[in-house]
Ligand binder design. Structure first.
Ligand SMILES: [Fe+2]
Length: 387
């Protein structure tokens, strides 16, 4: 049984601290296993280093080298993947998301850098051109159970992460914007450190303003796991698996079968999105509305799902490597994007803008904060009567 958590606390504060997330009796063995994974991953970094990187690659040069366990596990050493499904991680994520099906997107470990990189930047894990306006995301995950959670679980005491409680359900305040415009690398008056003892965990909504306060050389080994729901009320803004399908061959059978199932869930979801896009291309309003309601059953916040689909449609049109691109002909890709153009324009301002405290640090016309006065009816109307 997962320990009970207060889902309202997550909605209110934007994070929950889970004490002894790693059961104390398991901490030493998980530390040992993760060190073994790190040693393997150092070889991966060296083998995959970029031309401008030192011989050890990211391990030597990165501000926060991140082990991705799926790259280095094998059937005999998979404790870090086993822990992805622990009742204190997966079990609690399921409770918080109110979903039967919850899949990991990524499971890795942050390490301290070789040299001091100091305070990083305050941000929400959002790029306005990638996920759309902040208002859409917080409206959606306040009206419905969230469909994406992110965890930090330090194996040694760790207070690197700071957050601004409650900032996941509002825009930056004037005072925050003033402070952030001066520097994104200093403590915010509204921020607090998330003080975690070895084995504690924090689960948070990544729309919250948060800060890697100090990438110093102090010993750091902090698990980072992310999860998404399938079949909940929301289509999550982070939805793609970071792990690769080859992972399945590197796992013991009881774990491999779980990941095969996640690939099935993803396949069904992609088929549904293809169905929705075909309806849009074919100007079939009923089919479109039914498909959209299946992808995002929550009535409130459904527009946010449509905004996320517009990003996917843009990628299908412009990026041949988008996994869905080969499901459509060139003509269909072009038609699909034409149908989304009015919504895409409504998501943009007349000139590039920059709001501090987001992941994108360059000005962009894509609006950071407010959702446009453009709803699903406007979208349907715009297929045949572009504004
Ligand atoms: Fe972040």
């Amino acid at each position: 049984m997962a320990m009970p958590v207060d889902t309202k606390e997550l909605q209110d504060k934007g994070y929950i601290i889970v004490r002894d997330c790693v059961p104390p009796g398991q901490l030493e063995s998980l530390r040992g296993h993760c060190e073994q994974m790190l040693e393997r991953h150092k070889r991966w970094w060296a083998d995959n280093r970029k031309p401008d990187e030192p011989p050890g690659g990211e391990w030597e040069s990165g501000p926060q080298p991140r082990v991705l366990f799926d790259r280095v596990v094998d059937p005999e050493a998979a404790e870090s993947v086993e822990f992805v499904f622990h009742e204190n991680t997966h079990g609690i994520s399921k409770q918080l998301m109110g979903a039967e099906e919850v899949a990991p997107l990524q499971f890795g470990m942050f390490c301290n850098p070789r040299t001091d990189h100091g305070p990083w930047d305050w941000h929400r894990d959002i790029r306005s051109w990638r996920e759309g306006p902040l208002e859409g995301l917080f409206t959606d995950s306040l009206a419905n159970p969230p469909a994406y959670t992110q965890w930090n679980i330090p194996l040694y005491d760790d207070d690197v992460l700071w957050a601004v409680p409650g900032s996941h359900r509002r825009f930056n305040t004037e005072a925050e914007n003033r402070q952030l415009s001066k520097s994104e690398h200093e403590p915010l008056d509204s921020g607090i450190p998330i003080e975690l003892k070895a084995g504690d965990g924090v689960v948070y909504l990544n729309t919250i303003l948060h800060w890697g306060s100090n990438y110093s050389t102090k010993h750091r080994r902090t698990l980072q796991y992310t999860y998404r729901a399938f079949g909940g009320d929301i289509y999550p803004h982070a939805h793609s698996f970071v792990w690769q399908p080859e992972l399945i061959d590197k796992l013991p059978a009881h774990l491999a079968v779980k990941f095969k199932h996640f690939l099935d869930l993803e396949r069904s979801e992609l088929a549904l999105i293809e169905h929705i896009f075909s309806a849009i291309i074919g100007l079939d309003e009923r089919k479109f509305r039914r498909g959209l309601a299946e992808l995002h059953p929550g009535r409130e916040g459904r527009m946010t799902c449509l905004v996320l689909l517009s990003k996917r449609a843009k990628n299908i049109r412009h990026h041949p490597r988008e996994p869905m691109s080969n499901r459509f002909t060139d003509r269909e890709r072009e038609l699909l994007w034409q149908r989304f153009l009015p919504l895409d324009s409504a998501l943009q301002a007349d000139s590039p803008q920059l709001v501090p405290g987001f992941q994108n640090k360059e000005p962009t016309p894509y609006i950071f904060n407010e959702m446009p006065a453009f709803d699903i009816d406007d979208f349907v109307a715009s297929w045949t009567n572009p504004p």
